[in-house]
Design a protein around this ligand. Structure first.
Ligand code: SF4
Length: 435
C-alpha cells in the first residue's frame, strides 16, 4: 500500500501554491495525498512568519498530529522554519525542519529519516539562497495561484520576510508562459500571479540567455528586459486562460503603464490589491516604505478614472511605533476618502531582529486593537458600498466547486463574491450573472 501524506498551509497565497507543489512532489514519489484531518504517514506544515501566533499555531498542529498519528513523521517548512529552526526543534514530535533552500528537496530528506531519531534541521543562511523554484496550486481550487517571484530586496522596518525568503528573484518569462499553458491544458481558467514583491519581477537571466543570447551571469536587474509589465503583456496572449489577477503589488511598482494595460486587457481582471500600510507620511517614513501618500492617491485616482468598476483592496497596519492618535486619524481620513472596496487590517506586533522592534514610542496593545476595530468597521462599510453600487449589473462570474453547505461560490471580474445553490454545470465555468 502507498504511504500517505497530509499537508497544511499557514499564511499567504504564495505558501498555498508552494504547499500544492510540495504535495505534487510527494505524489510523484508515490505518496497518496490525504486531508490534514485524516491519519497519514507523513505530515507537512508549511509555516508563516507574518501571522502573530506562528509558533503557537505550529505547536498546536503538531500536538493534534501526535494525538491521532503518533508514529507519523512530522515535517515543518516555510518562513518560520527558516527563521527559527531551533525553536521548532524544541517542539516534541517534530522530525524534520526544512529551510528555504531545502524545501523542495523534501522527498530526498524524508527517505533519510526514521521516527524516533533526533530532529533533523536542514537549513542554510538565507544569504546563500539564490534559486527560484516555480510552484502553483492545481486541483485545489478553480483559481490557480502561480508563483512567479520570491524574496524581497526592500527593507520595510517591520518585516521579517526578507530574512525568511531572501533576495528578490524571479522565474523566467518563458517558464511562466509554459506553466500558464500547462495550467490551461489541465482546465485551469483563472491564474492569480503571486510573489513576495510581485512588481519587482525581473525575468531571470536564464531566459535572457535563451531568448537574446546574452551571457547569463553578467546580467543585473537594470540590464534585464523582462520586467513585470513585459510579463503581463505576454501572459495576456496565453490561450485557454480566461482570467488573470495580480495578487498584490507595491504602489511604487504599480506603474501607470500597468494600470492602463489592465484597463484595456480582456484577461487581466479589474482588481488590484495595493499595500498602503499607513496614511501618514511620517509613519510611512518610519516604516521605510518607498512612497508617500500622495503617490498612493494618484494610483487609486487613475484606477478609479479609467476603471470605475475596479475593486481595490488595501493592506494597512495599525499601532506601528510612533503612531499617535492624530497619525491614526490621518490614516483613517485618508482611507475614508479613497474610493476603494476593502481593507486588510493588521495589528502591528513586534518581530525579533527588525528595526521597528527597537523603536521607542510603543503603542499600547489595547490601543492597537481599538484602531484595528475602527478600520475593520470602515472596511465593512466600504465593502457594503462597493457591492451596492454594482447591484443590478450583469457581470461575469467564475464559479468554483461545491462547498460544505451544498452551495457554490464564485467571483465577478471585479471580485464581488456570489454564493448560490450548487449547479454542476457552472463549476469552473464563467457565467453571465445579474447581481
Ligand atoms: S515590500 Fe516590505 S513588507 Fe513587503 S515583503 Fe518586502 S520588506 Fe516585507
Amino acid at each position: 500500500m502507498n504511504k500517505t501524506v497530509a499537508l497544511h498551509t499557514l499564511g499567504c497565497k504564495l505558501n498555498f501554491s508552494e504547499t500544492s507543489s510540495l504535495g505534487r512532489l510527494m505524489e510523484n514519489a508515490g505518496f497518496e495525498k490525504k486531508n490534514f484531518d485524516d491519519v497519514a504517514d507523513v505530515y507537512v506544515i508549511n509555516t508563516c512568519s507574518v501571522t502573530e501566533n506562528a509558533d503557537k499555531e505550529c505547536r498546536m498542529l503538531v500536538r493534534r498530529i501526535q494525538r491521532k498519528a503518533p508514529e507519523a513523521l512530522v515535517v515543518i517548512t516555510g518562513c518560520y522554519a527558516q527563521l527559527k529552526p531551533k525553536e521548532i526543534a524544541s517542539i516534541p514530535g517534530v522530525d524534520l525542519i526544512l529551510g528555504a533552500a531545502e524545501k523542495f528537496n523534501i522527498v530526498a530528506h524524508i527517505t533519510d529519516i526514521t521516527k524516533g531519531d533526533s530532529t533533523k534541521i536542514c537549513s542554510c543562511d538565507i544569504e546563500d539562497v539564490h534559486e527560484f523554484t516555480a510552484s502553483h496550486s492545481l486541483n485545489d481550487r478553480t483559481r490557480i495561484f502561480l508563483k512567479v517571484q520570491d524574496g524581497c530586496d526592500y527593507n520595510c522596518s517591520f518585516c521579517t520576510i526578507p530574512m525568511a525568503r531572501g533576495k528578490s528573484r524571479s522565474d523566467s518569462i518563458s517558464n511562466v508562459i509554459a506553466n500558464a499553458e500547462a495550467i490551461a491544458e489541465q482546465g485551469g481558467k483563472e491564474i492569480v500571479l503571486t510573489g513576495i514583491n510581485l512588481g519587482d519581477f525581473t525575468s531571470s537571466p536564464a531566459l535572457l540567455q535563451n531568448e537574446k543570447g546574452v551571457a547569463k551571469t553578467k546580467l543585473n536587474k537594470q540590464q534585464a528586459a523582462g520586467n513585470f509589465f513585459s510579463l503581463i503583456t505576454k501572459l495576456d496572449k496565453v490561450e485557454g486562460i480566461e482570467r488573470f489577477r495580480i495578487s498584490s503589488i507595491e504602489p511604487n511598482l504599480l506603474t501607470n503603464e500597468i494600470i492602463e494595460f489592465v484597463s484595456k486587457s480582456k484577461k487581466f481582471m479589474p482588481h488590484f490589491h495595493i499595500p498602503l500600510q499607513s496614511g501618514s507620511d511620517k509613519i510611512l517614513g518610519l516604516m521605510k516604505r518607498r512612497y508617500k501618500k500622495e503617490l498612493y492617491k494618484e494610483r487609486i485616482s487613475l484606477i478609479n478614472t479609467i476603471m470605475p468598476h475596479a475593486c481595490i483592496g488595501v493592506d494597512v497596519i495599525v499601532g506601528f511605533p510612533g503612531e499617535t492618535d492624530s497619525d491614526f486619524m490621518e490614516t483613517f481620513n485618508f482611507l475614508h476618502q479613497l474610493d476603494i472596496a476593502y481593507l486588510h487590517v493588521f495589528t502591528y506586533s513586534e518581530r525579533a531582529n527588525t528595526a521597528a522592534a527597537d523603536m521607542a514610542a510603543v503603542v499600547p496593545v489595547n490601543i492597537r486593537h481599538e484602531r484595528n476595530k475602527i478600520l475593520r468597521n470602515l472596511s465593512y462599510q466600504k465593502m457594503q458600498y462597493f457591492t451596492k453600487v454594482h447591484i443590478g449589473e450583469t457581470r461575469k462570474v467564475l464559479f468554483e466547486t461545491k462547498n460544505k453547505n451544498g452551495l457554490m461560490e464564485g467571483y465577478t471580474d471585479n471580485y464581488i463574491k456570489i454564493t448560490t445553490p450548487f449547479n454542476a454545470l457552472w463549476e469552473n465555468n464563467i457565467i453571465e450573472w445579474k447581481i
